[in-house]
Design a binder for this molecule. Structure first.
Ligand SMILES: [Fe+2]
Length: 385
């Protein structure tokens, strides 16, 4: 079934008809505590769910842990809900997706998340309403779950939502730093999926469209947002989500997970720290280091397409463009500014590359390669060279 999608200012009014059409017995509503009221989503949900039994769930942390997900699964089962609506940022939508899948399994959530057991498809109707722009979680069939400090990806085709509502008005209450982090996540996802070893003609087209909207609008959407910039960023985020739904992310995302889980750096900011440096790294691909089965020539072609989309002539210029953009929107570009010292690099390398985390990257990444990049962006480094 293709995903049903409504977009544009005012589109959240579609939530009522979407719910009534599904005729649920009980709606399980996953929402971010802070953003729910501020974004206007609460008012929209109250209107849409008037007269329908609902159970709210916001008892999870940002970057949800298995304990949070398990609590949600138990609540959904107890209340016997047959529709799940995720309203919020990536954590709300990922939680909604995880809970809807894990609620119908015989095995414990933790066993499914660790892998090795084939899950059965979700049964509840699944609706996604993002209030950030964004992670693109509304257009992917996987979610992030942390077990301790370790990041797992829970994936199943049935985790793709039935209906998505992209109303830019719901993103208007994002504070600038959140808009910067989530917007940069979208840009990085578009770039990583574009050079991923799993890219297809379709995913690359989504990446291209996402960057065409995201690059010119991100700074305005953070510093001086208007309706146009908000709308473009929400679409850029959705398109980047579609791109990673096919091609997944690569090394910058892999390295970001320990930066987030060990040092508390928000996801988009953590990704933005290293992504720019992989332009020059991937540009040095050769027959020995290539991981894409389509070969070195294919990787070079793809990299040149990305540079063209960014309007730059070299990998170095691409790196500088993204570093400058990150700094202009208030994202510190070196490790010391986010509280990470040189002594911490070992832990990031250890968790960032194992096991097989960087295998979607077009060029093989060794621990030494990664250490070199992390040292380059550590205290006192020259980011403009
Ligand atoms: Fe991401």
């Amino acid at each position: 079934m293709p995903q049903e999608l409504y977009s544009g200012y005012g589109s959240v009014a579609r939530l009522g008809p979407v719910v009534r059409k599904a005729r649920p017995e009980c709606v399980f509503l996953v929402f971010d505590k802070g953003a729910f009221a501020k974004s206007g989503a609460e008012r929209a949900a109250d209107r849409a769910l008037d007269g329908i039994r609902r159970v709210g769930f916001s008892d999870y942390v940002v970057n949800p842990r298995i304990e949070d997900i398990t609590r949600g699964v138990e609540l959904l089962r107890t209340e016997d809900c047959d529709m799940v609506i995720g309203v919020g940022g990536g954590s709300a939508m990922d939680t909604a997706k995880s809970v809807s899948l894990l609620a119908v399994q015989d095995s414990e959530p933790v066993a499914i998340v660790r892998g090795g057991i084939e899950p059965r498809p979700r049964q509840a109707t699944l609706v996604m309403v993002p209030t950030t722009a964004g992670t693109g979680s509304e257009s992917t069939h996987f979610s992030v779950v942390y077990i301790g400090a370790e990041k797992y990806s829970l994936a199943h085709p049935s985790m793709l939502a039935d209906t998505v509502i992209l109303d830019p008005a719901l993103t208007e209450s994002m504070p600038p730093y959140l808009a910067a982090c989530t917007g940069m996540d979208a840009v990085c996802q578009a770039i990583e999926s574009w050079w991923s070893v799993n890219s297809t003609a379709e995913s690359r087209e989504y990446s291209r469209q996402s960057l065409a909207l995201g690059i010119p609008n991100l700074e305005k959407a953070v510093a001086d947002p208007d309706r146009g910039a908000r709308e473009c960023m929400l679409l850029a985020s959705n398109l980047a989500g579609r791109a990673i739904n096919i091609a997944r992310t690569t090394v910058a995302h892999a390295v970001s997970y320990p930066i987030t889980s060990l040092f508390g750096v928000p996801h988009g900011h953590a990704v933005a720290l290293t992504l720019p440096w992989f332009f020059e790294f991937n540009d040095r691909v050769d027959d020995d280091s290539v991981q894409d089965r389509r070969g070195v020539e294919h990787v070079r072609l793809v990299l040149s397409e990305i540079l063209e989309a960014l309007g730059v002539g070299s990998a170095r210029e691409a790196r500088r463009l993204i570093v400058d953009l990150a700094r202009r929107i208030g994202l510190a570009a070196n490790l010391s500014d986010v509280g990470i010292g040189r002594d911490d690099i070992d832990a990031i390398v250890r968790h960032g590359l194992s096991p097989h985390r960087a295998e979607n990257n077009p060029r093989r990444v060794s621990a030494e390669d990664l250490r070199e990049i992390l040292e380059r962006i550590s205290d006192g480094a020259d980011l403009d060279g």
